[in-house]
Design a protein around this ligand. Structure first.
Ligand SMILES: Cc1cc2nc3c(=O)[nH]c(=O)nc-3n(C[C@H](O)[C@H](O)[C@H](O)COP(=O)(O)O)c2cc1C
Length: 198
C-alpha cells in the first residue's frame, strides 16, 4: 500500500463495532508510534493521549457525554443524540487527545518573538497527531471518527481519569471494526485548490 493509498483509505467511519481486524496490541502500538512520530513546533511535544478501552470507553459515551448532553438538549429532541452516543459506545475504544498548556506557556516565555504564534502551532501539532493516528489505524482497516465534545465534558473527564490540570482536552478519536463503510464524498479537484507557479 502506498502512502497515498493509506491517506485515501482514511475516512470518517461512524458505524463501528467491537471486532478489531488486528490485535488490540497492534492498535495500541500504532496509536503510540504515530503520536510519538508526529512533529511539533520547536519539537515541544505537547500533545498527549489517554486511550480508553472496554468499560472506560463505554463510561465516556454512555455516562459522561450522554449525561452532559442530556443537561443541554431538550428531552423531546434527544433521540438522534442518543443514537449517536450508542454508535460511539459500540466502537472498540476512544483516544482522548490533550494539549499540555504548561509546555505551551513555557515556550511562549522562552521564545518571546513567537509568543503569539504558539497557540496556532499547538493546534497544528494536535491536528498532525490526530491525522497520523487516524491514518495509521486506517492502514490496517481500523475505522475511526473524530469528535469534539470538549469543552463541555472537560471537567467530568478530568475528574474520572485524574487528568493533570495542565492537560486540556482537544479531541476524541473513536475507533473500532468497520460495521458500515462510509459513502463516497465529493472533493474539489487539486486544480481548484492548488496553484503552481514557475
Ligand atoms: C479538524 C477536524 C475536525 C472535525 N470535527 C468533527 C466532529 O467534531 N465531529 C464529526 O463527526 N466529524 C468531525 N470531523 C470529520 C469531518 O467532517 C470529515 O473529516 C470530513 O467531512 C471529510 O470526510 P472524511 O473524514 O470521510 O474524509 C472533523 C474533521 C477535521 C479534520
Amino acid at each position: 500500500m502506498t502512502y497515498q493509498d493509506i491517506i485515501n483509505k482514511r475516512r470518517s467511519v461512524y458505524a463501528l463495532n467491537h471486532q478489531l481486524p488486528v490485535s488490540e496490541d497492534e492498535v495500541l502500538t500504532r496509536i503510540k508510534d504515530a503520536l510519538v512520530a508526529s512533529p511539533s513546533a520547536f519539537n515541544m511535544q505537547s500533545a498527549h493521549a489517554l486511550i480508553l478501552l472496554g468499560e472506560q470507553h463505554k463510561t465516556l459515551w454512555n455516562d459522561i457525554v450522554t449525561k452532559t448532553l442530556q443537561a443541554i438538549v431538550p428531552a423531546e429532541n434527544f433521540e438522534p443524540t442518543q443514537q449517536k452516543m450508542n454508535m460511539f459506545a459500540a466502537a472498540y475504544g476512544t483516544v482522548l487527545f490533550f494539549e499540555d498548556d504548561e509546555v505551551v506557556s513555557n515556550m511562549k516565555e522562552q521564545f518571546a518573538t513567537y509568543a503569539d504564534a504558539f497557540d496556532t502551532f499547538a493546534a497544528h501539532g494536535q491536528g498532525i497527531a490526530h491525522v497520523n493516528v487516524w491514518n495509521s489505524l486506517a492502514e490496517v482497516g481500523v475505522g475511526a471518527n473524530l469528535q469534539h465534545y470538549n469543552p463541555i465534558i472537560d471537567d467530568a473527564v478530568r475528574e474520572r481519569w485524574s487528568v493533570p490540570a495542565n492537560w486540556q482536552l482537544k479531541a476524541q478519536l473513536v475507533f473500532g471494526g468497520i460495521e458500515g463503510a462510509p459513502g463516497t464524498q465529493e472533493r474539489m479537484s487539486a486544480d481548484e485548490r492548488i496553484r503552481i507557479e514557475r
